[in-house]
Structures are given as C-alpha cells and as structure tokens.
Design a protein around this ligand. Structure first.
Ligand code: PLP
Length: 293
C-alpha cells in the first residue's frame, strides 16, 4: 500500500474543545523514519486503529469509525480520544488522499513507555485494487478460533471487541486459508458458531432476511455491515443480529464478507463446497458502498 500522506497527532484531552486543532498536527515525510525505538507499545501491538475507505477524496462513514476508535480505546484502557481532533485530522488526510479508491488509517498506540501521552498518527494511501474480487467473490475455509462463544464476556482481557494493532493472528489465519487453497477464512468458535473473517464481517442471506453475528460474540462491530443493514432495510429487507452456526453459513441462500476497503465480496465456497451467490445484489451493494456516505 503506497503511502501518500502522513500526519503525526499530539493527542489532546477529550474535554479540550477547540475551534481548530491545527497546532497539534505535523505533516511528516512518508519515506522518513518517524517512530522512536522506545515506542514499545506499538511494537507490542498495544494500541488501536481504524481503516476508512476514501472514494475520490470523500472519507466514508467517518462518524462510525471515530466512535469505534473511542470504543476500542475504552476497551484497551487508553485515554479517551478527542473525536473533534481526529475528525479534523481525517479531513486533512482526505484532502491529501489520492483520487479513486484510497485508505485513511488512524493509529493510536499507548506510546513510549512511561511517556507523557499516547502516540497517534493518520496516513492516506492508495487502496489495493479489489475490482476482480468484488466481481468473482472468495472461497473461504472455516478456522477454529480456539475459544467458545462466551470467551469475550468471561475474559475481557482478550480485548475481543477492540480493533487492536495486534493483527498477527488474523494474518496467520489468512495464510492458513491460502495453504488450504482458499482465499479467506471465517473464524468459528470451538462450540460451533461462526464469528467473522480476519479482516471483514460476515453477512448471510436466508430468504428475505439478512443476518450477521452479534458483536456480543466478541467480534468487531463492522461499520460496513452497519451501512449494508441500513441500506437493505431501506429496500424493505429484514436484518437481524444472531448467533449463527456453521450450518447456517453452509445452508445460506448467499453470504458476503464486508469491510471498509474491499467493500462487499460474495462467498462462493465454504470448506470446498460451493455456495450460491447473487451477483446482481452484490454489484448493487458495491455501488452503494462505493458512493459517498
Ligand atoms: N472484523 C474484523 C476482524 C476486521 O478487521 C474488520 C475490518 O478490518 C471488520 C470486521 C470489518 O469492519 P469495517 O466494516 O468497519 O471495515
């Protein structure tokens, strides 16, 4: 992902309301080193992030992303981010984002050990080209997440609902999916419930109802899933959060992975067995997701 722009942020207190946070921002050279070697928290993945889809300079669903940043920070006991400051940083990054499809990343890490404040920055980059995958879909394999449906509530230190910087497990799951001849993975609890993909939410269709796993299962509440549900409801479909089994997925009338940059991709096979897909609805969902929202 080619970085085009980066802005370091000196986080201010959430209660510090200002008309302009410009003096807390500094543009940095994307090719130059920027983090200190004392930045242990970032090395440990002890921080949170967001990836926002940008279409021709318009960042989509900014409010849902900054709210989730605050939610993730809260789960991780990080100081509450000043959302007005982050919104302004996003506006600046969007103005420097490349044309077409781009990505703005927000990063908030605990910072230098015993340091005065968290470390925060925003980048704007060219998005990968997902045109073919939106058209052709993905084959998924189900992978055991290694814990049951109650783990998130029983063990909050697993930080399951937070979008933390620690994505090593998610990347390992994608490599395992590729080793098994698939394109992507769906995590499944060890008591048989489907959760989410390593970088996307799962939506399944059963008749005229669209279902997704409830965030209380210890998954990320997807901003794209929220938008898709709103859109489907406006078209008269039913939507619902549920506990979904592997069988619900394999018996679905159609299923999608949805996320902010890749948008909507149809699941065409689960563990080697073909799954029905709906190319017209997939194209329609992507037309909606790629419009300014
Ligand atoms: N679940 C996980 C684990 C993710 O990493 C992501 C996005 O990266 C999502 C779900 C989808 O979230 P969003 O639609 O907000 O991009």
């Amino acid at each position: 992902m080619a970085h085009r722009f980066a802005l370091m942020i000196t986080p201010v207190d959430a209660a510090d309301a200002r008309d302009d946070y410009a003096e807390t921002f500094s543009t940095i050279d994307v090719a130059a080193p920027a983090l200190s070697v004392g930045e242990l928290s970032t090395q440990r993945g002890d921080g949170v992030f967001e990836s926002i889809g940008v279409i021709d300079g318009h960042p989509n669903e900014v409010e849902a992303h900054v709210q989730r940043l605050a939610h993730s920070a809260d789960i991780c006991d990080l100081p509450a981010p000043n959302l007005a400051q982050w919104r302004q940083a996003i506006t600046i990054a969007a103005a420097h984002a490349p044309a077409g499809e781009a990505v703005i990343k927000l990063i908030l890490s605990r910072g230098v050990e015993h340091g005065p404040a968290p470390t925060a920055w925003v980048t704007a980059s060219v998005a990968p080209d997902y045109v073919a995958v939106r058209r052709d879909g993905v084959r998924v394999v189900t992978l055991d997440r290694g814990y049951d449906l109650g783990a998130g509530e029983r063990a909050p230190w697993l930080l399951l609902g937070a979008k933390t910087l620690s994505y090593a497990v998610n990347m390992a799951a994608l490599r395992e999916a590729h080793r098994r001849g698939a394109d992507d993975a769906i995590f499944v609890t060890n008591d048989g419930y489907v959760l989410e993909a390593p970088t996307a939410s799962l939506i399944i269709r059963s008749g005229d109802e669209f279902l997704t796993t409830a965030p209380s299962a210890g998954i990320l509440h997807g901003t794209t899933q929220l938008s898709v549900f709103e859109h489907l409801e406006s078209r008269g479909f039913q939507t619902r959060y549920a506990t979904l089994t592997t069988r619900d997925l394999t018996q679905a009338d159609a299923a999608w992975l949805v996320s902010s940059i890749r948008q909507g991709v149809a699941i065409t096979a689960v563990d080697g067995a073909p799954l029905a897909s709906d190319p017209i609805l997939t194209a329609e969902l992507n037309a909606f997701l790629l419009s300014p929202r």
